[in-house]
Design a protein around this ligand. Structure first.
Ligand SMILES: C[S@@+](CC[C@H](N)C(=O)[O-])C[C@H]1O[C@@H](n2cnc3c(N)ncnc32)[C@H](O)[C@@H]1O
Length: 476
């Protein structure tokens, strides 16, 4: 993928950059990236790409100076006003209604560049009375940008987002000569930290952030890094927390189990563990139990769930998710019925039906897997429904299909192990748990596992290790 855009000599350099930072240059960016690399190589008096790649691997300073050249720090105060209005009108009221007006909203501006976004966010929170004693965290890969963020001196260029944003920013900016300095009380409300989203972990322990802005950076990452960063952002959110990405950033719904909220201001994400009747989280004991109901979404802001089913597929899916989240399962299933040619919509429909009848859900699922025979998640859902109905032999067949389609699905291996243990097959149980553990140990502990209903790799590795110890009568 990388070699495709770079000539052979520069390809090893692009590979080091990608591995260390997740940055990826598509056809439109490659010329700029090539020039930056050539400038830094000349600065180091090197002419061979391979030699420069070795230097980047071994000398952190060399990598740092190249990253400074490569990262695009484009930003300004009150960027994307519609999104900020949505934060004010919907996200903050929702958080405060749920956690109380006294709650200090925990917010993170990830990839904040020179700080305009983090100060904007701190101001909005403070104006809404939602900052309290809290502070906004601003992180970026580029240490020079963070130094400038801490310095908090800006030129008029940082106010280029239009009159409304400029007027508002001037409320916390003091003019000093031809510069604008953020006033001290707002400066104190933001902490800065260097952080590489592509390689590092959750910057705050539980309970995580109520609100994360990660805008206009995902666009620079390759798909594997986007997936990783989506998992990081998901696991860094508090339950029911909100994520805002940039309007041009790639959609994240496929990469982590977010709830997607569509509004005219854009696409927003929430960490709301999917409420399936049959829990697919293998950390739950067998047979699975229904999860507790969750607070409904602020339905008045979600794309109108009352519209007739002539919605475009994406809208219908979103409306169905909103209906599902607010407990309107029959309506969700009805909205999803015309979307049977989409495997994800079929899976959600099956889950909605399972809320009222596992038997009917199993029948719907068995039709759906015929329609989507290559879809692992549907087969997995089918296996959990069959298990809930006590049809273990059928569940085993469905699980085998899942693993045939994707042998790296730790969740399915673990469920295989649980099923074998239940059926007094210690060798099969050992095999299932060992495979699940090995796959999880190869991932960062906070990776959100596919199909895992929010389970993290570290949790599943521990659960599989405990199950193995139990099988060996407590012996490690
Ligand atoms: C275009 S700016 C976005 C600034 C701000 N979020 C906004 O939307 O206005 C992109 C920022 O992403 C940062 N960045 C690039 N790769 C990164 C990585 N792997 N980890 C953290 N930040 C990264 C760059 O240093 C740059 O400051």
């Amino acid at each position: 993928m990388i070699d495709h855009f770079f000539d052979a000599d520069l390809a090893p350099i692009a590979l080091v950059i990608n591995t260390r930072t997740g940055l990826y240059f598509d056809a439109s960016q490659v010329q700029r990236a090539r020039s930056a690399i050539q400038r830094r190589m000349a600065g180091r008096r090197l002419t061979s790409g391979a030699a420069y790649a070795r230097l980047l691997e071994t000398e952190p300073e060399a990598l740092k100076e190249l990253i400074l050249e490569l990262t695009v720090g484009e930003t300004y105060f009150f960027r994307e006003g519609l999104q900020l209005d949505f934060i004010r009108s919907t996200i903050l009221p929702e958080i405060r209604a749920r956690l109380g007006a006294e709650h200090s909203v925990r917010a993170w501006s990830a990839a904040c560049s020179t700080g305009e976004e983090a100060y904007t966010l701190a101001w909005i929170l403070r104006e809404a009375g939602a900052l309290g004693a809290g502070r906004v965290l601003g992180t970026d890969l580029n240490p020079e940008s963070l130094r400038r963020a801490g310095e908090a001196r800006y030129s008029a260029w940082s106010l280029r987002g239009g009159e409304a944003g400029e007027n508002e920013a001037r409320k916390f900016l003091d003019p000093v000569g031809d510069r604008f300095v953020v006033n001290p009380s707002l400066r104190k409300a933001v902490d800065w930290r260097q952080m590489n989203l592509a390689t590092e972990r959750h910057p705050m322990g539980t309970p995580g952030f109520d609100l994360i802005l990660c805008r206009n950076v995902l666009i620079y990452f390759d798909p594997a890094t986007i997936r990783r960063v989506a998992g990081l952002l998901y696991s860094s959110l508090a339950d029911d927390g909100w994520l805002v990405i940039g309007p041009s950033d790639p959609l994240l719904g496929e990469f982590a189990p977010f709830d997607v909220v569509l509004d005219h201001a854009g696409v927003f994400y929430r960490k709301r563990t999917p409420t399936v009747y049959v829990s697919t989280n293998p950390l739950a004991s067998l047979p699975p139990t229904p999860p507790a109901p969750r607070a409904p979404l602020p339905a008045h802001r979600i794309s109108d769930p009352g519209r007739p089913p002539a919605l475009a597929p994406l809208e219908a899916l979103s409306a169905a998710k909103a209906a599902y989240s607010s407990g309107a399962f029959t309506r969700a299933a009805d909205l999803l019925e015309p979307l049977g040619d989409r495997a994800d919509a079929s899976a959600l429909r099956v889950q909605a039906i399972a809320k009222t009848s596992v038997e009917r859900a199993e029948r719907a699922c068995s039709e759906s897997v015929k329609r989507h025979p290559m879809d692992g998640p549907l087969h997995y859902l089918h296996s959990t429904l069959l298990l809930a109905l006590g049809r273990d032999a059928g569940a085993l067949v469905a699980l085998r299909k899942v693993l045939y389609l994707d042998p790296t699905l730790a969740i399915a291996h673990h469920l295989m192990g649980s099923l074998a243990r239940k059926n007094n097959d210690p060798a099969g149980a050992r095999r299932g748990f060992t495979n699940a553990r090995a796959i999880c140990l190869a991932l960062p502990r906070d990776t959100v596992l596919p199909l895992g209903d929010g389970a993290l790799a570290g949790e599943l590795a521990d659960a599989a290790a405990a199950a193995l110890a139990e099988l060996s009568g407590g012996q490690p």
